[in-house]
Write a protein that binds this ligand. Structure first.
Ligand code: SAM
Length: 318
């Protein structure tokens, strides 16, 4: 695929993620009053395996994120890389858990769309205005910068420009920082994702990097997954597809990160409170457990820590 066609297909994955989330939310897996402003209700049903997988993803990332916010007492910043239509900022505001500043980055065309939704829907714009103080709020089609929320159009493969844009929006390298990539690094070449991990490691004194994505795609089931996804044009898997849990960890460790954990999503799912599992398993009937378990073993949650300020971040766990 040419770069433009590939990038366009990568941008379309943002809709896949938000449709799957919206569907699972409509069935009752978890609550999110904001997703409806970003995506219409999907016409087709999604398989229960998919919704259970999204549930584990949202819970797993959410638990790590809350532990980070607790350790830093919200005196921190969050940078959501490849954020798509993520609604986390609005949910954290409702829970009184906003960090000092929350940044989102995605391709400019995705960002323009998100800004359009924010501008035209008061339930989205009001929380941004409410949390804003001081100077005028900067907003145009390609970016928005307020006191607590910024959204930036850019390319995660162009780090000098990204750094410049983040600094313009008052990103503070001395503030403990949580970076998150949910199904994002897999769409970049190994070289680009490694540069991003290295750049973050060098930029912040105390940081946590949460990465969620496919893993073990080199095995037979993984290959079938890739073919399936590509035939539906719904997800493309980049050069990182052969990563195992060990190589997921290695790329952080060799680039200056101190502690790294990686679990496949079956382990994450099994670590959820038994009452939660019971509740969601009662929502939709699943014929056979095995395909679900196989699918979950092909996604992973990885979190890396760097803690020069001794905040105890290495204790963060699921
Ligand atoms: N993280 C969101 C979520 O979990 O709902 C969206 C996930 S979606 C599968 C991947 C997102 O990463 C898309 O919105 C895509 O545009 C963005 N993305 C991928 N590569 C990127 C790059 N090089 N620069 C900026 N954004 C990128």
């Amino acid at each position: 695929l040419g770069t433009d066609v590939f990038d366009e297909a990568v941008r379309s994955t943002c809709d896949v993620a938000s449709h799957c989330k919206r569907y699972a939310i409509s069935v009752g897996y978890w609550k999110d009053p904001y997703i409806e402003y970003f995506v219409s209700h999907p016409k087709e049903r999604k398989a229960p395996e998919i919704s259970r997988g999204y549930y584990a993803r949202v819970q797993g990332v959410g638990r790590l994120l809350k532990a980070f916010l607790e350790k830093t007492k919200c005196n921190c910043q969050i940078i959501n890389l490849g954020a798509g239509m993520d609604t986390l900022f609005w949910k954290l505001k409702d829970e009184n858990l906003l960090p000092m500043k929350y940044f989102e980055i995605d391709f400019p065309s995705i960002v323009s769309r998100k800004i359009h939704y924010i501008k035209s829907k008061p339930p989205l714009s009001k929380p941004i205005m409410e949390s804003h103080s001081g100077e005028t709020l900067l907003i145009d089609a390609h970016g928005l910068d307020s006191s607590r929320y910024a959204i930036i159009g850019g390319d995660l493969r162009d780090l000098p420009r990204l750094e410049e844009k983040l600094k313009k929006c008052h990103m503070d390298p001395d503030l403990p920082t949580l970076l998150m990539t949910e199904c994002v690094l897999i769409y970049m070449t190994t070289e680009h994702s490694t540069c991003l991990i290295k750049w973050v490691g060098g930029m912040f004194r105390s940081a946590m990097f949460i990465n969620y994505e496919q893993v073990n795609m080199a095995d037979r089931f993984g290959q079938i997954m890739i073919e399936n996804l590509q035939s539906k044009q719904c997800e493309l898997v980049g050069a990182d597809a052969c990563r195992s849990l060990d190589t997921q960890k290695e790329r952080f460790l060799i680039h200056g990160w101190e502690t790294v954990n990686a679990l496949d999503m079956l382990k994450v799912y099994q670590s959820l409170p038994p009452d939660d599992i019971k509740r969601i398993e009662a929502l939709e009937f699943l014929d056979e457990k095995e395909p679900f378990e196989q699918l979950m073993q092909h996604y992973c949650l990885c979190w890396a820590i760097k803690d020069s300020q001794n905040l105890g971040l290495a204790d963060v766990t699921l």
